[in-house]
Design a protein. Structure first.
Length: 279
């Protein structure tokens, strides 16, 4: 047995013990790889009747991600409940403060209570992994307030290991690029609107169709800034005229290319700089 397989088996044994020590799970599900693995393992280790996925079909979730989540649950015979959170109607969220994610998760975990009432003995889980504690994530405080459990973090599963486990089980999204909520494309303190979210989603879908699978379109009110992995920036620049015409047709006055390339959590840099300066 290879070293990788030994490591995978060790992690699975730890996760199996974690799940089997609990009666059932209600998983805050987004269609992303983290929560997919959490939900899949709940189904595997606790059984179909004791594993419930819950997804919010909100304006900040890409339609493609919502559809993928439904497909995954159908493929693996997992129960899925759909709720509708209305965080966009909450000004604390829509004005887009640096702790926006806190209010988003507050809505999600509060609205999950209806499902929790149906399964009072089940724990509510999220997809937080061990690496998430190294970034600015105010949503973690909301999870703590609502006593949400995180099996991946508890078992010290890092993102790379999480993908290895997902690949081992042949989950369809094991290598899917990270797809944070659409609101994360709008810089802090720029108001979030339904129109902006739709423009971002349409622009990213357009770039996907042009062959850029991992992409962000940051919405700076009048213009969009495109990020793709650094090794794809040159190809993006060569297509700039075509892309500019298509992006501006969606309502952006112009679009620019971020030549640094895609960096996850780039908009959090300003926050980290503030923290470092204050220290």
């Amino acid at each position: 047995m290879s070293l990788l397989m030994i490591q995978i088996q060790q992690k699975l044994e730890s996760l199996e013990q974690w799940y089997k020590s609990r009666k059932g799970s209600i998983v805050a599900f987004s269609g992303g790889i983290d929560s997919t693995l959490v939900l899949f393992l709940a189904r595997k280790f606790q059984g179909r009747e004791n594993a419930i996925g819950v997804i919010s079909n909100s304006e900040s979730l890409k339609k493609k991600d919502f559809e993928l989540a439904q497909e995954i649950c159908n493929e693996f015979d997992i129960q899925l409940e759909v709720i509708k959170t209305n965080e966009l109607a909450d000004e604390r969220y829509s004005v887009n403060p640096v702790n926006r994610c806190f209010f988003c998760k507050e809505h999600l975990y509060s609205d999950l209570s209806a499902v929790k009432n149906k399964y009072p003995d089940f724990d509510v889980l999220n997809g937080t992994n061990f690496d998430d504690f190294g970034d600015y994530r105010p949503g973690l405080q909301a999870a703590s307030n609502h006593e949400i459990l995180s099996p991946m973090a508890d078992c010290k599963i890092a993102k790379k290991e999480l993908r290895q486990l997902a690949r081992y089980f042949e989950l369809p999204n094991w290598d899917k690029p990270a797809s944070p909520c659409l609101s994360s494309r709008i810089p802090y303190n720029h108001v979030i609107t339904r129109q902006k979210l739709q423009q971002v989603e349409d622009a990213e879908n357009l770039l996907n169709e042009l062959g850029f699978s991992d992409v962000r379109v940051r919405h700076y009110d009048s213009y969009g800034k495109i990020e793709v992995p650094h090794d794809e920036v040159e190809r993006l620049v060569l297509m700039q005229d075509e892309i500019t015409a298509k992006i501006t047709s969606l309502g952006f006055e112009k679009c620019v290319i971020d030549t640094e390339g895609l960096v996850s959590g780039k908009l959090n840099r300003a926050i980290k700089d503030q923290i470092n300066t204050s220290n």
